[in-house]
Design a protein around this ligand. Structure first.
Ligand SMILES: Nc1ncnc2c1ncn2[C@@H]1O[C@H](COP(=O)(O)OP(=O)(O)OP(=O)(O)O)[C@@H](O)[C@H]1O
Ligand SMILES: [Mg+2]
Length: 318
């Protein structure tokens, strides 16, 4: 597979999803990058901003198995992971794997279930396996969790603790649409969900795409830039707790995917600038302020590298 194919695959995915959703191109693109980088996504937004629809449409285009768990106050960990059930025919217990055993898992309204249930999901995400009745079961690969949550602390919700937010590679915030977009949404009503979203990828494509990630050239100056940005979050007055080294690790992985999706096999400083808000917004604790504003101020302050050396030696590092 040639790396240039990825850009057109990303465009195809966006095109399929735009059949059913308006103005989500950027979100789709970043979700796809996170998928390539083996990460998980948290989608936040007020009710009715198409969180669930977005994830469902995205999973469909990938052509992978899809699991969905609706988080509710009475959900049990085993409703996610699975359990042993008695089979009277065999006269013994057998395992019934839960909905987490799918390539793409929608954890819808994750903050509506108690912490014990949230931990069951996050543990499985971390370890890539689940224990049922004393035996371990590997989760399928690729494996991606996309969780949604409503950001306002409604009655009966359990906000995810900071340490657990960190498990999500990125957090996307869906905002209210502008007037033009809202007109299109209102006009575009799909009477009865008839528009099909087509699958654009095969499993083989996906494995090949993930291999391409290794061929992306990341200059030393880019890595230094990423580290400088992350370190800068620890020296800002409005930030109570800055980002950890894991943030730098995640960012340097995600920029590779972003470069590929943008038709390049090398990372440029702009990739870092575009992705930083998605990677950092849930990894810093700010003093009553909008994390996005603080992050963009940091991006303005940290000097952008000039990749003269990299340009000299050419980008292809095969
Ligand atoms: N950008 C958009 N393009 C097209 N339709 C949209 C868009 N935003 C919202 N809608 C429509 O609004 C409705 C709500 O979508 P959905 O159920 O996915 O929202 P949600 O964010 O999951 O809401 P909740 O938090 O209540 O679960 C859907 O019918 C969807 O088609
Ligand atoms: Mg929903």
């Amino acid at each position: 597979m040639d790396y240039r194919v990825l850009q057109s695959i990303a465009q195809l995915i966006s095109k399929e999803i735009s059949k059913v959703l308006v103005n989500v191109e950027n979100e789709v693109k970043i979700m796809f990058a996170t998928f390539l980088a083996n990460g998980h996504v948290l989608v936040e937004g007020f009710p009715g901003l198409a969180k669930t629809s977005l994830v469902k449409a995205f999973a469909r285009t990938l052509g992978l198995s899809f699991g969905r768990v609706q988080f509710t106050p009475d959900l049990l960990p085993s409703d996610i992971t699975g359990s042993l059930v008695f089979n009277p025919r065999v006269g013994d217990f057998e395992v019934r794997l839960g909905p987490i055993f799918a390539n793409v898992v929608l954890a819808d309204e994750i903050n509506r279930a108690p912490p014990k249930v949230q931990s069951a999901l996050l543990e499985a995400m971390q370890e890539g396996q689940v224990t049922i009745g004393g035996r371990s079961y590997q989760l399928p690969r690729p494996f991606m969790v996309i969780a949604t949550q409503n950001p306002i602390e409604l009655e009966g919700t359990y906000p995810l603790p900071e340490a657990q937010l960190d498990r999500f590679m990125i957090r996307i915030r869906l905002g209210y649409p502008n007037e033009d977009v809202e007109l299109r949404i209102a006009n575009d009503i799909d009477l009865g969900d008839v528009t099909p979203v087509n699958t654009v990828l095969s499993k083989e494509d996906i494995i090949n795409m993930q291999l391409l990630m290794r061929k992306v050239y990341v200059d030393d100056s880019i890595i230094r830039y990423i580290v400088n940005i992350v370190r800068a979050t620890r020296n800002v007055h409005d930030i109570k707790l800055g980002a950890s080294p894991r943030a730098a690790q995640v960012l340097s992985k995600l920029v590779r995917a972003w470069a590929l999706i943008n038709g390049r096999d090398y990372v440029i400083p702009d990739d870092v600038k575009q992705l930083t808000p998605y990677v950092l917004n849930h990894r810093i604790i700010t003093i009553g302020d909008d994390p996005f504003r603080i992050i963009s101020e940091i991006l303005e302050k940290v000097p952008t590298p000039i990749m003269a050396k990299a340009l000299g030696k050419g980008y292809n590092n095969e």
